[in-house]
Ligand binder design. Structure first.
Ligand code: GDP
Length: 214
């Protein structure tokens, strides 16, 4: 399904962009710490352990740009990465959600931070909602999708860890996921299947980012 989604010229220019300079800019634990809205942004959202850090690192060909954070306390931040010199756009690593043991006030804090960011961020061109191929879309994922639909932030669903399941199971979850995406007002109808481990879908995902920033 990820095959031939994008024009080869776009894929190639996206490859070059992601092979160029990319640097961590800052962490924003609250809205007053956000960087200025001087360039377009593309944000990555997903439940904890979905493979978000691995995907950002694989996309940018860096080993440790996005750090894995397995403690709920460390996830309540938006992390910004500058792409290009001169600066072209920013990647935003949104705080993970869906910790089994997350205290209620932390979930509340996540909701406020994410909602505030989504509401006011005119430079946010697209969000990528990461879904584990093994699990498909779960209720916690629907919460962020609802927020994106409500704030009219366009988003695309991206399956992660595609190497972890068989091709037939992957085709099945891809079909079900795309069907659900198509029913949502702000979701892109096509999904992208990826594996950070195997490098699958990464050229398309880079193209999707570059296409979104326009
Ligand atoms: P995050 O919490 O969403 O940032 O998830 P991580 O990137 O830290 O990944 C969570 C776990 O899944 C780690 O043990 C990764 O090694 C593993 N993982 C991430 N992406 C892949 C993938 O594409 N394939 C496989 N097999 N494992 C992956």
């Amino acid at each position: 399904m990820s095959d031939h989604l994008f024009d080869p010229d776009l894929v190639e220019s996206a490859r070059k962009t992601f092979a160029g300079p990319i640097a961590f800019l800052k962490s924003a634990p609250a809205l007053q710490h956000l960087p200025p809205m001087n360039v377009p942004e593309v944000a990555f959202a997903g439940r904890s352990n979905v493979g978000k850090s691995s995907l950002i690192n694989a996309l940018t060909n860096r080993n440790a740009l996005a750090r894995t954070s397995n403690t709920p306390g460390r996830t309540q931040e938006l992390n910004f990465f500058d792409v290009g010199e001169p600066l072209k756009f920013r990647l935003v690593d949104m705080p993970g959600y869906g910790f089994a043991e997350a205290p209620k006030d932390l979930v509340k804090k996540w909701r406020f931070l994410v909602n505030d960011y989504l509401r006011g961020r005119t430079v946010l061109k697209r969000a990528l909602v990461l879904i584990d191929s093994r699990h498909g879309i779960k209720p916690v994922d629907r919460e962020i999708m609802d927020m994106l639909d409500a704030t009219a932030v366009s988003y695309r669903v991206v399956l992660t860890k595609a190497d972890k399941i068989k091709a037939t199971a992957l085709a099945d979850v891809a079909t079900r996921t795309a069907e659900e995406a198509r029913k949502r007002p702000a979701a892109h109808p096509d999904i992208i299947e990826t594996s950070s481990e195997k490098g699958m879908g990464l050229p398309d995902l880079r193209a999707a980012v570059v296409e979104a920033i326009g």
